[in-house]
Ligand binder design. Structure first.
Ligand code: NAD
Length: 497
């Protein structure tokens, strides 16, 4: 159905009565060329927008701002709440934070919406029937960016998944599907391995799905799901998934639809929205007038629908489809014999402008005006009653070399109450008691202490245990309390336990 919008008609103001302030960044590399081209098309189509230009990216980073964005730019973003952003170049080397992640998380843009549509036979693809939307969770998962080196051998990255985060993104996916007349929402997780984090995402997906009986649902383990997506993408409609999987698979989906150069994305939250192409700043193409502005232009279409200008969005999108159908193609999608005319960035924009008011005749035309009035509020998380939380033990992570039996004997000396050393794992695999000699061990041991049956465990015991371990010279590098929540364990078992 070719819809490109993230959430239809959030305002009721007709396009011709109000200039909506938007924050615009021209970015780096091909950014200025494709932003100039895209804004030219939007303005020619009658977009009622008042761009406020801010500087972000490479020059801001190199001027010493490690976040790549200045205070003034933040002020504009927080005022307009709509960000139309060209790609930026992240300088090589350490110390630079991802501007995208910073903007998404600071403004709470929790839903990343990426439509991936094929345009066969005009743009070459192995998947001519592909028309899906990936709704990627945008704030959580491994992107919390909390990483530590704990021992000589071992580094960790925390995967944080919250119930409100899962609820908002899953509900957004269903609301989106309903608003755009899509039939099915598919969830991808790896909950056979990550039973608590991905398990929560899947569980909440099922809970939310119960409120949308009109929409078909299914769930795939991410590995086979990804294989099916790459092989038969036409079987999918709306997909919802945690952050990292969505990041990877939306690039795959965009590429197999035809080109990453075509795909737009919207980042949506309660307090704002950001619209951009999914591709980067393609520095090698910069300044050559050869980049495809389509991803950014279609992101502009999503932005127009978001700010309540669906008719202008429809005009731009249909003119773009007609341009593609007429074989006017940029270098990245040009195929001799299929394409008719190879154009540069600016000439492509001219071609779209020349077709404003026209509709495609073979590709499906879009009808954004029809979505007016079907707007949905950006979902928020429902309040929850806190669970009854009981402390039942502790995992203590220890930096040590040597035999695990020696470590176990040392740890047992530190016990000063009605709890036991239950197991030791190395990278998650149980190595004590009864480990296998074949298991490869690093210098990083997870040592689990659990309360004896029907005995209490408390934080005073933890303090005493840690004091005893210190006196014994045990180098503990991290602790993780073990709780039950309403009687359910809030921790996973060791592999082999
Ligand atoms: P890239 O997306 O810039 O380029 C990958 C390939 O796709 C290149 O061959 C490029 O020529 C081609 N390509 C991309 N967009 C195109 C377009 N519009 N038209 C024609 N061809 C296009 O990815 P990269 O090379 O990995 O990254 C380059 C820089 O972009 C890096 O500094 C990276 O950090 C940054 N980046 C920024 C964003 C963003 O701002 N949202 C996203 C991804 C990467």
């Amino acid at each position: 159905m070719n819809d490109m919008s993230s959430s239809p008609s959030l305002t009721t103001t007709p396009a011709d009565q109000l200039l909506v302030p938007i924050t615009v960044a021209y970015g780096d590399g091909i950014g200025p060329e494709i932003m100039t081209a895209s804004l030219r098309v939007l303005m020619a189509a009658g977009a009622a927008i008042a761009p406020e230009v801010i500087d972000i990216g490479e020059q801001v980073y190199l001027a010493g701002n490690s976040a790549g964005i200045s205070t003034d730019a933040w002020d504009s973003l927080r005022r307009t709440k709509v960000f139309y952003k060209a790609p930026i170049t992240t300088p090589q080397g350490g110390g630079y934070k991802s501007l995208n992640v910073t903007v998404r998380k600071s403004l709470g843009l929790y839903a990343n919406v990426r439509p991936c549509v094929s345009y066969a036979p005009f743009i070459q693809t192995k998947h001519p029937q592909m028309d899906l939307v990936i709704v990627r969770e945008n704030e959580e998962d491994l992107y919390a960016g909390i990483e530590h080196r704990q021992t000589d051998d071992v580094y960790q990255c925390l995967k944080l998944v919250s119930r409100p985060g899962c609820e908002k993104i899953n509900r957004y996916a269903f609301e989106y599907a309903r608003a755009y007349g899509r039939q099915k929402v598919t969830c991808f997780t790896k909950d056979n391995i990550m039973k608590l984090t991905d398990g929560l995402f899947h569980k909440v997906f099922d809970e939310v799905a119960a409120d949308y009986a009109d929409i078909e649902t299914d769930h795939w383990i991410i590995d086979i799901g990804a294989a099916k997506l790459a092989d038969t993408p036409e079987q999918f409609d709306v997909l919802v998934m945690p952050n990292l999987y969505g990041d990877v698979l939306s690039d795959v989906a965009a590429q197999i639809a035809g080109s990453v150069g075509l795909a737009p994305s919207a980042n949506i939250g309660e307090h704002g929205a950001m619209f951009e192409a999914i591709h980067g700043s393609a520095p090698r193409r910069a300044g050559q007038d050869s980049a495809n502005p389509s991803g950014l232009l279609l992101a502009g279409v999503m932005m127009l629908v978001h700010i309540g200008q669906p008719k202008v969005a429809e005009r731009v999108h249909n003119a773009w489809l007609k341009t593609i159908e007429d074989g006017v193609h940029t270098d990245d999608i040009f195929v001799a014999g299929v394409s008719k005319e190879k154009v540069g960035t600016a000439a492509f924009a001219d071609a779209v402008i020349a077709r404003l008011g026209q509709k495609p005749t073979q590709l499906s035309a879009v009808h954004y005006a029809a979505t007016t009035g079907q707007s949905f509020a950006i979902p928020t998380a429902s309040p929850r009653t806190p669970a009854v939380k009981d402390l039942v033990g502790i995992d203590i992570f220890v930096h040590a070399t040597g035999a695990v039996e020696d470590l176990a004997a040392q740890l047992q000396q530190a016990i000063g109450g009605s709890y036991d050393l239950a197991m030791i794992t190395n990278r998650g695999v149980k190595v004590w008691p009864n480990g296998l000699p074949e298991t490869f061990c690093t210098d990083h041991w997870r040592c689990r202490f659990l309360a004896q049956p029907d005995k209490q465990f408390n934080k005073a015991m933890i303090v005493e245990l840690l004091r005893n371990l210190t006196q014994l010279g045990v180098d503990f590098v991290k602790t993780e309390q073990l709780y039950t929540f309403d009687g359910e364990p809030g921790f996973s078992l060791g592999q082999g336990q």
